[in-house]
Structures are given as structure tokens and as C-alpha cells.
Design a protein around this ligand. Structure first.
Ligand code: 3UK
Length: 504
């Protein structure tokens, strides 16, 4: 699947995903369904062009970045596509990060304008950028004339960045082009989801994640379907209530969310998934046991598929009616996959290899990270950093990462970042953070700590260190347990061997 063979040179993703529907007579269809009301495609088209007009009024030009720290709601959608509508670059940011993380990302992408909720907006200012709270954004939109048309951008022009955590915890700006979302729709959307105009999508993963962006925005908007949006934290009770309210037909979750929902159901919570046709899981491997328990509880299958921020969405997935629990399934039509050994040769079936992927939704490069880009891309191919094994039937099985990165709740945790903060505590001499599987078969960060002085190595100190970390980083990065040890396994050159600490 190559965009250049299917799209003209002029292609604007906002015109495609939003504007096109009014033009083609689908303006009355519902684009967004939230607890606060519905937005039709015609209304959204006007909001997007109004937001675009407000951006122009604020001096934003084609190529400028516009960042968002907003919950999943109409304003984020209008902003994301409004920026793209004038050829600017939309940058949705993780709302769970601390102010220091946000500032580092903003310094990297240097946006002309940031739209952020009032609680964080005050921390994000700088002389060369404007910060709008939702109220200021609404006021600017009310004053602005909607732009009459969508900018005639090149199909290969920059459209959006998504920030993804790297091994050292320093986030990398993943640069995506106008055509990338379209390619994801024509591959995974068409061949795996087989999404229809009558579908209603609901995603536990928020829009600022690459997974949520596709689930909640571009897959439904590709076909004029409806996105059910929830602004709150996706705790089981809130998710159950939203499924009852929004009656989605396709439900997108992550393994931890399925595990939490199953515990809630076991605890007596009432979950009504009657509207749902099938479920999807991504972000980390879905343990076979969770697949089986979910099917027993709801009668629904969960299609596990692996995607990445760099590849835009899912490129390897199970298929409806043919799920192989514990496996990531088979390549999505439109992507080519290759498992390589260290020399670059393809490994035979049954053997472990590094997964490389070829497909036209892949990022153009990492923003301001030339070396990291060269280490990741090879022509049309991208190195995923995942180890895989293929069985004789062509099903692929995830076998961990080739780096030490941890996926907890579907979100990256960098051991180096957590260790770096732990080391600033006066009691800590050395430490190592690894992902350890819990009873559900899901990885959680766990720390091993060597203390400076032989003090009391008890629960109280572990709690103290956890509290110390919680003050300094997003809560999901904090190790669930801290184990005190006398020393850490090292290589001859003194590098900590994290893999030896993983018991699973
Ligand atoms: C891991 C999986 C096993 C894997 C994502 C769907 O997760 C997404 O993107 P990220 O950039 O992380 C990518 C990495 O996460 N992973 C994701 N899904 C699975 N491992 N089984 C899975 N099903 O290490 C991969 O390299 O955060 C998921 C759609 C878009 C996405 N960006």
C-alpha cells in the first residue's frame, strides 16, 4: 500500500477526514458522541475551519507546530484537525505527564501555540509561544471567521507529531505526514476492522496515544462512522457507564484495562457489552488467559494486534473468527514483515528474530533526532525493537524487546529514567528497574536497590522511595515494588545486566 499510487499530490488529512463528509452528503451523520452532546460532521467541519481561522488570527502559519494538552473531547478534535487544515502540525501531548516533561517536549517541538487545560497552562508559557486555555480557545474561535477551504497541502507534508518515550526516557517526536493516517485506514481499518459507516468506536486509550488517535478519530472518520468520546480516566466503572451510554460497536482496550474490568466484573460490577461486535487490544501483548476470561464473561473476542507510534497503527494482528490467543496474529495486508538475526539474515520459522516492518504509514523521521532516525529506518523498512517468532501456520508470537524498555498498562516506562531519579535519593547507591510479570501475566516496573549504608531495609523505606519518585514523575512510571539487594549483576565492563534480574 503506497500513498503515491492512490492519492494525488495535493492531499490534506483534515479535508479528507472531516471536510469530505459534508461535501459528499454525510454532513448530518454524527461524528462525535460525548456525554455532553453530539457533533455532526457538518458541525465538526465548521468547528475545524473556525479553529483554523483562530490559529491564523494568532499568527500560526503552515509548518508551525500547535501543541495540545487536552482531554478527549470536541475541542481536541477541532484543534487537531484545525491545525492540519491550515498546513500547521498538530502535536497532541500526554496529559498524564508532569510539567517538567511537558516543557521538555515543548522546547523540542517549539510550537507557536499551545492549548492546555487551565491546571497545566500556567506551567507551559515561554516568550516565543502563546498559551490558550480552553476558555481562551473558545473565545478566539468565537471571534474568528472560519477559513473557507482546507489548505492544499502535499500528501507528503508534515501533519502531526506524537511523542514516544525512548530508552533513556527522553521523548522522541515521531513525525507523521498527511498520508499516514489514510494508509492506516486502507490497511488495518479496511482489512482487519472492516469498519463500516454504521460503526461506533470507543477507545480506552486516549487520543494523545497513537493507538487512541486511530481508534477514536481517523478510523471512524475515514468512513463517516461515529466516535464515542469520554474525557475521564478509563477506570472500569467509568468505562462500563460509557459503554452503556454510548453503545459502541467496536471496543478498543489495552491488556491492563481488560484485566481491571474482569476484576470489577468478578467483584460484581455490571458490564453491558451487548452493543459491541468485537474488541481490540494493543499496547502490550494480551495474555491468552485474559482473552479466554473476557470471552467467557462477555461472549466477545479480543483481536490482539501490535502497532507502534512510529508505524502509526497496527501492522500485525489477529483476525475476527480466527484469533490465536497468546499470538499477535499475522501481517496486516499492506505491510511486509521480516524477522532477522544479528547478521541481517532472515530467520527460519520457529526461531527468534528482530522484527522489521515495511509500510507507507511509517514516520518520516524523529524530530531533531538524526542519529536515532538513522538507527531506526532503513529505506522503507523500520526496526520495531521487538523480538518475534513465527510458527509453522504463519502466526507470530511476541518474545520481548531487544532493549530494556518496559510496557506497563500499554505505556512506555524507561528503566534508565526511573533509575536516574532513584539515584538522586541520598539512601540509594545503585539501582536497576525491570519489568516483571504480575499474576495476570502483565509487566509492571519493579526496582532493585543497593543502599549506601546498611540501614533498615524494610517496607517503610520502600514506601519512602516510592513517595519520593511519585513527586518527581508520572505515577504510572513508579515501580510497584522495591527490593533491597546487596549487589546487582554486572558485565565485565560494569554495565548492569537488567535481563538477569527479570524472573519472568
Ligand atoms: C509494544 C506490543 C506485544 C511493542 C501502539 C497500537 O503501542 C503502541 O505504540 P507505542 O509506540 O509502542 C510500540 C511497542 O509496544 N506493543 C504494542 N502492541 C503490542 N507488544 N503485543 C502487542 N499487541 O514493543 C511495540 O514495539 O506506544 C499500539 C496502535 C498504535 C500504537 N502506537
Amino acid at each position: 500500500m503506497r500513498a503515491a499510487f492512490h492519492l494525488g499530490e495535493t492531499f490534506n488529512a483534515a479535508a479528507w477526514f472531516v471536510g469530505r463528509h459534508s461535501e459528499e452528503g454525510r454532513g448530518e451523520r454524527i461524528a462525535l458522541d460525548t456525554a455532553r452532546g453530539c457533533t455532526s460532521y457538518a458541525e465538526l467541519d465548521l468547528l475545524v475551519r473556525r479553529f483554523a481561522g483562530a490559529l491564523r488570527g494568532a499568527g500560526v502559519r503552515a509548518g508551525d507546530r500547535v501543541a495540545f494538552v487536552l482531554p478527549d473531547a470536541e475541542l481536541l478534535v477541532a484543534g487537531f484537525f484545525g491545525a492540519i487544515a491550515i498546513g500547521a502540525v498538530a502535536v497532541p501531548l500526554n496529559t498524564m505527564l508532569r510539567a517538567g516533561d511537558h516543557r521538555a517536549i515543548l522546547d523540542d517541538c517549539a510550537p507557536r501555540l499551545v492549548v492546555a487545560t487551565a491546571d497545566v497552562a500556567g506551567d507551559l508559557g515561554a516568550t516565543d509561544r502563546t498559551v490558550w486555555t480552553p476558555e481562551l480557545a473558545q473565545a478566539a474561535m468565537a471571534r474568528a471567521e472560519p477559513v473557507p477551504t482546507y489548505a492544499p497541502t502535499h500528501r507528503d507534508a508534515l501533519a502531526f507529531f506524537l511523542y514516544s518515550s525512548g530508552t533513556t526516557g527522553e521523548p522522541k517526536g515521531v513525525v507523521h505526514l498527511q498520508h499516514d493516517m489514510w494508509v492506516a485506514c486502507e490497511t488495518y481499518g479496511k482489512h482487519v476492522l472492516e469498519i463500516q459507516e454504521s460503526d461506533r468506536c470507543f477507545s480506552v486509550a486516549k487520543i494523545f496515544f497513537a493507538y487512541g488517535l486511530g481508534n477514536s478519530l481517523y478510523f471512524p472518520f475515514h468512513v463517516g462512522a461515529t466516535s464515542v468520546l469520554m474525557a475521564e480516566r478509563p477506570l472500569p466503572e467509568a468505562v462500563f457507564a460509557e459503554v452503556r451510554r454510548g453503545r459502541p460497536t467496536i471496543f478498543f482496550g489495552v491488556p491492563t484495562a481488560y484485566a481491571h474490568m474482569l476484576s470489577a466484573i468478578d467483584g460484581g460490577a455490571s458490564a453491558e457489552f451487548g452493543s459491541v461486535r468485537f474488541c481490540v487490544s494493543a499496547g502490550e501483548a494480551l495474555p491468552g488467559a485474559i482473552f479466554e476470561r473476557w470471552q467467557a464473561a462477555t461472549g466477545l473476542e479480543i483481536l490482539d494486534g501490535i502497532g507502534s507510534t512510529e508505524i502509526c497503527h497496527i501492522f500485525l494482528s489477529n483476525r475476527r473468527g480466527a484469533c490465536r490467543p497468546g499470538s499477535s496474529g499475522a501481517p496486516v495486508p499492506g505491510y511486509r514483515l521480516r524477522l532477522e538475526d544479528e547478521s541481517g539474515a532472515e530467520v527460519p520459522d520457529g526461531e527468534l528474530g528482530d522484527l522489521w516492518v515495511e509500510g507507507d504509514s511509517t514516520m518520516a523521521f524523529y524530530w531533531n533526532k538524526h542519529e536515532a532516525t538513522k538507527a531506526t529506518l532503513r529505506g522503507a523498512w523500520i526496526r520495531t525493537g521487538d523480538k518475534y517468532r513465527k510458527d509453522a501456520d504463519g502466526y507470530l508470537f511476541h518474545a520481548g524487546r531487544s532493549d530494556d524498555m518496559i510496557k506497563a498498562g500499554g505505556i512506555w516506562v524507561s528503566p534508565v529514567e526511573v533509575e536516574g531519579v532513584l539515584l538522586t535519593h541520598p539512601a540509594v547507591q545503585e539501582c536497576a528497574v525491570v519489568g516483571e510479570l504480575d499474576a495476570e501475566g502483565l509487566a509492571k516496573p519493579q526496582a532493585f536497590v543497593v543502599l549506601r549504608a546498611q540501614s533498615e531495609t524494610d517496607e517503610a523505606l520502600a514506601e519512602l522511595l516510592r513517595a519520593f519518585l511519585k513527586e518527581r514523575m508520572a505515577p504510572y512510571k513508579v515501580p510497584r515494588t522495591i527490593t533491597f539487594v546487596a549487589d546487582l549483576p554486572k558485565t565485565a565492563t560494569g554495565k548492569i545486566q537488567r535481563f538477569l534480574l527479570r524472573r519472568t
